[in-house]
Every structure is written in C-alpha cells, then in structure tokens.
Write a protein of this length. Structure first.
Length: 87
C-alpha cells in the first residue's frame, strides 16, 4: 500500500504487509486511519499518524469491501465474496 502526496506526486510511505492483492480500502474521516482487505482474506488497520499497521483478522474468503465505523471507534465492517459480513 502506498500513500501519495497529491501535490508533489511523491510517495510518502510504502508498506508491504499484505501477502496478496488489496481488494478494498477505506479511509477514516480525518485521514489518520486506513483499513484494507485482501484477496486472501487478510484485513489490516493502518495508523498513519503512528506509521504502524496491525493485522485485524484473516477471514477465509476474499474481502471485497471494508468500512470504518468512525474516527474514534475502531469497528471495522468487511464483506467477503462468500456473502459474509464481519464486524
């Protein structure tokens, strides 16, 4: 996952934590957190302010959609190709 500065077109940060393709991504309202879901079922939460990421879950199906509940509440919703919803 790469974070870009859109003004300068430069990469600010490059993380290599997913073991497969990222299928879905959601950014918090204040642009401090990113949740990503992968083809192999991995779900990660990245804290941009701390420059750190955490593996949240590893579900069996590809994660096709993720969403954050709010900036201060770390509830993560994920939908998979198997029509399952995780919270």
């Amino acid at each position: 996952m790469k974070v870009w500065d859109l003004q300068s077109h430069r990469i600010l940060k490059n993380w290599e934590f997913h073991n497969d393709s990222i299928f879905s991504l959601s950014v918090s309202d204040n642009f401090t957190k990113i949740v990503t879901g992968g083809r192999n079922g991995e779900i990660y939460l990245t804290d941009l302010a701390k420059g750190a990421y955490t593996k949240v879950d590893n579900v069996r199906d590809p994660v096709i959609s993720v969403a954050l509940k709010s900036n201060n509440d770390f509830a993560i919703y994920a939908s998979t190709s198997g029509n399952k919803l995780y919270e």
